[in-house]
Design a protein around this ligand. Structure first.
Ligand SMILES: C[S@@+](CC[C@H](N)C(=O)[O-])C[C@H]1O[C@@H](n2cnc3c(N)ncnc32)[C@H](O)[C@@H]1O
Length: 437
């Protein structure tokens, strides 16, 4: 196979794949790249890998074609409770204070498994929440799970797993949270299944945080064994964007192999139960503890600009909220990204009071209503505005069309709701009035 793809083509195509998917194929991984291109070429109907690669060079690929390529070039190794120390840290150290705080403030959590593969990580998060919250039904737990590979997502949605996925599962959990569906397979319990919403998201291209793909105001993000497949440049960009997706005090969890001193300068690194976790703006009273950098553990990525850190963050803290004098639409977006949805709704109304036909403000207003689980009444103006800027969607709308990328590039009004934005949020359900009365 390698013989049929010349080195110059592989070099060129690896650059293209890095650009569109963030995937890193240095020369030593060209055999993997060539294998993936061969099977992708077969699926796309090409007679030879060479023909596929030549076609890749000349075409602007659609999202669907990128997904096909991704399904042959990504690595799908995962299992339940992989790296159990991370889940122990979550259960013992992160969840108890979060539960105590949120018991007083809305009884809600937002978690994200970014690069969720076939779903085992997301369901492990859901099981951890179910164990930590005996009164689970009175909480609004939202676990977002995204991946670039649609085949992985289809398996994740099905929630049915064979023995190999359970190789790390602590005793008793299998019986409590799964039920047999055949001799060999177990299905995740519906009560746990419904906590997780799966969707397509390309970490290298899509925009996040964004209300449109529900990547805003996260309490905890698991992005494990994903960064290691990305180019150093994409690693830095993804980490910076994930940082913005977290609420103050929120946590980023990467795999033990991915922790390094240089990639996370905007986080405070904390060692919990032997696992290094990254925290956004921890409360001032909490002293960041972090093991000394090991000289024998070289950084995987090249150094981002900025000083090396030794403890608490040394980079200036970015402002958490937009300044009071900010444009109301900017303010609304910032507040929404911070999870301050009621305030964001009020700021949207102010934006619409200032500019009554602004489709972006209408779109944001509608998205926040959806996020709050509130039906929105439509004013005539809203209806006009949304029809003039609507994008197409099918009943099985994939997130690719409702991501911030789409929203950012086109001034769209979404009547298309992603498949999980309609999930019930009874606790906060009430009606959103027409934004302009
Ligand atoms: C090795 S799996 C890790 C699964 C899980 N997080 C774990 O640690 O067990 C890596 C996942 O990252 C996904 N991935 C790779 N590049 C991606 C990208 N640009 N956007 C989103 N997901 C990506 C792959 O499709 C794959 O499912």
């Amino acid at each position: 196979m390698n013989a049929t793809l010349d080195r110059a083509l592989l070099d060129e195509v690896s650059g293209f794949i890095a650009e569109r998917m963030g995937l890193h194929f240095p020369e030593e991984r060209w055999p993997d790249l060539a294998r993936g291109l061969k099977t992708a070429g077969e699926e796309l109907g090409f007679e030879s890998p060479d023909a596929c690669v030549r076609w890749l060079r000349t075409r602007k690929l659609t999202t669907r074609q990128i997904e096909t390529l991704a399904s042959h070039l990504t690595v799908g190794e995962t299992y339940f409770f992989r790296d159990p120390a991370s889940f122990e840290a979550l259960e013992r150290e992160i969840l108890p204070p979060l539960v105590a705080k949120r018991s007083r403030e809305g009884r809600t959590f937002r978690f994200w498994s970014a690069g969720c593969c076939t779903g085992e990580e997301a369901y492990s998060l859901a099981i951890t929440c179910a164990r930590a919250l005996p009164d689970l039904k009175s909480w609004n737990v939202s676990i977002l799970a995204t991946d670039i590979n649609p085949k992985f997502l289809a398996k994740a949605e099905a929630g049915v797993y064979g023995a190999w996925s359970f190789r790390g599962v602590p005793g008793g959990l299998r019986e409590r949270f799964f039920s047999p569906v055949s001799d060999k397979n177990l299905a995740i319990a519906p009560a746990v299944r419904k906590l997780v919403r799966f969707g397509h998201l390309n970490l290298a291209e899509d925009v996040y945080p964004s209300l449109h793909n529900h990547t805003n105001a996260m309490d905890v993000i698991f992005c494990r064994n994903v960064l290691m497949y990305l180019t150093p440049d994409h690693q830095r960009r993804v980490v910076a964007a994930l940082h913005r997706c977290l609420v103050d005090g929120g946590w980023l969890v990467v795999s033990p192999a991915e922790g390094n001193d240089l990639l996370f300068p905007m986080f405070s690194a904390e060692s919990i139960g032997g696992v290094l976790l990254y925290r956004r703006n921890p409360p001032a009273t909490r002293v960041a503890s972090r093991p000394e950098p090991s000289p024998s553990a070289p950084a995987r990525a090249g150094p981002p600009s900025g000083p090396a850190r030794t403890g608490a963050p040394t980079l200036p803290r970015p402002p958490t909220f937009a300044s009071p004098g900010a444009n109301p639409l900017t303010l609304a977006r910032t507040q929404a990204n911070q999870g301050r949805l009621e305030e964001a709704l009020a700021a949207c109304r102010n934006a619409l009071a200032a500019e009554r036909t602004n489709p972006t403000a209408y779109f944001l207003y509608a998205t926040i209503c959806d996020e709050l689980g509130r039906p929105r009444k439509r004013s005539k103006r809203w209806a006009r505005s949304s029809t003039s800027t609507r994008t197409s969607s099918s009943p099985t709308t994939r997130w690719a069309v409702s991501t911030g990328r789409s929203a950012g590039r086109r001034s769209q009004c979404a009547t298309s709701r992603s498949r999980w934005s309609s999930s019930p949020r009874e606790a906060r359900r009430s009606s959103c009035p027409s934004p302009t009365g």
